[in-house]
Design a protein around this ligand. Structure first.
Ligand SMILES: [Zn+2]
Length: 411
């Protein structure tokens, strides 16, 4: 190995870049320390004339005094590192810049990423090819670790590789620090107590004065100083339906400056509206968003069904045949945003109460993804069977409420 080291010392290398060539040898040393050790060993070999020094760049031994081989190193000058151009001299100032920026935000953990000039990376590749040493480390990896160590010490916060609150991007090409602040996720569940409120603000822009999303987001945006927000519900109810069962959701706040916030206080603030109610707010993560989006819990609905002509009580018993598999082609009213396909869903429980000859109250428990209004109307034969089809009347859904949403206990 020492031959390879001697070989690459034909150019000036700093301790970091030299040490990185044997980075995976011996624990508990920095690359800088490894580099200094190697340099001293090579210097001793030169001093004792154990090796041919004709190709060695003397500037590698600037400030080292040779005792035996007095000819060597006489003309050594201070020279910048061939590989990194003394990039590591900027480590302190870059860390300082990162510190200033990080002081302005809340974070539990962080990760450092870096950018170095392409030229440096190319030279590093070249060096690896020349030596063939397999114990190397990349310059970016060393920078990330060294800056990470310093910041970890300054803020007393751990590094998080999988899901950091903030990524410190150290760009050594222009000596700038950028923070990539990752979203804050808050899990909870909501009830929608009034009709005519869409779940997300994108539902029907301009048509409604507010949405569940906006009411939940408002106090959060105020305290977090986030840049924006997205709402991830475990399914959603129609705009004209109430949701009296608790529906799990996650609100995602983009680029929050503050994330150490009082969720109890936020909950109180949201619940002042009386249009919606939220509960069980807690901090969550992006992985739970995926889970919420893919949950397929049963839903229970209660609604009034009006008939265009009177139906005898004895005939209502036929409604039992709603139980079981429902074949449902994408409803006409949602076709503009959903693929046209036929899905099979279940009605698992069903009960009804006659209110008058032309009205019943219907309660159904269904598998997720069944469009319950079409279960009533039949959607011109696209949903089968349906209340309309079974009773041979025109059945119209009214006052739809979601009364129960089955959700996983361990959310
Ligand atoms: Zn270097």
């Amino acid at each position: 190995m020492i031959n390879e080291i001697v070989k690459i010392l034909d150019r000036k290398l700093c301790d970091h870049c030299l040490g990185r060539q044997v980075s995976q040898l011996i624990y508990d040393l920095t690359n800088e320390e490894r580099g200094r050790m190697l340099r001293n060993i090579v210097a001793m070999m030169i001093d004792g004339k154990f090796i041919d020094n004709s190709k060695i760049n003397q500037n590698n031994f600037y400030n080292i005094k040779f005792r035996q081989n007095k000819e060597f190193g006489k003309d050594a000058k201070k020279e910048k590192c061939w590989l990194c151009n003394d990039l590591f001299d900027n480590l302190e100032s870059m860390t300082k810049k990162a510190e200033v920026k990080l002081k302005k935000i809340d974070f539990n953990n962080f990760l450092v990423g870096s950018k170095v000039p392409d030229e440096v990376l190319k030279k590093e590749e070249k060096l690896w090819e020349e030596t063939g040493i397999e114990y190397v480390e990349s310059i970016k990896s060393e920078i990330n670790r060294e800056v990470g160590k310093k910041l970890g010490f300054l803020f007393n916060r751990p590094t998080n590789f999988k899901n950091p609150d903030v990524v410190v991007l150290a760009d050594f090409s222009n000596k700038k620090i950028n923070l990539q602040i990752n979203s804050l996720y808050i899990l909870g569940c909501y009830q929608k107590l009034k009709r005519g409120i869409p779940q997300s603000k994108w539902g029907t822009p301009g048509k409604y004065s507010t949405s569940v999303q906006e009411m939940v987001a408002k106090p959060l945006m105020k305290v977090t100083h986030g840049k924006g927000n997205s709402f991830h519900g475990m399914g959603r109810e129609d705009v004209d339906a109430r949701c009296l069962g608790w529906r799990p959701f996650i609100i995602e706040i983009a680029e929050p400056k503050k994330r150490f916030i009082n969720l109890k206080q936020i909950q109180k603030e949201i619940n002042k509206s009386r249009k919606i109610k939220v509960d069980k707010l807690k901090f969550s993560d992006k992985f739970t968003v995926v889970r919420i989006k893919s949950e397929k819990g049963d839903k229970t609905y209660r609604l009034m069904v009006d008939f265009d002509k009177p139906v005898e009580k004895s005939d209502l018993r036929k409604l039992k045949s709603l139980l079981g598999v429902i074949s449902q082609q994408t409803p006409v009213r949602v076709m503009h945003r959903r693929a046209d396909m036929t899905r099979r869903r279940m009605v698992k429980e069903m009960k009804f109460k006659q209110i008058s000859k032309k009205r019943i109250e219907l309660t159904v428990r269904t598998s997720a993804g069944l469009y319950v209004k079409e279960l009533v109307t039949g959607d011109n034969g696209r949903t089968r069977p349906s209340v309309s089809e079974i009773l041979n009347v025109k059945a119209i859904p009214k006052k739809l409420d979601v009364i129960k949403i089955e959700s996983p206990k361990n959310l």
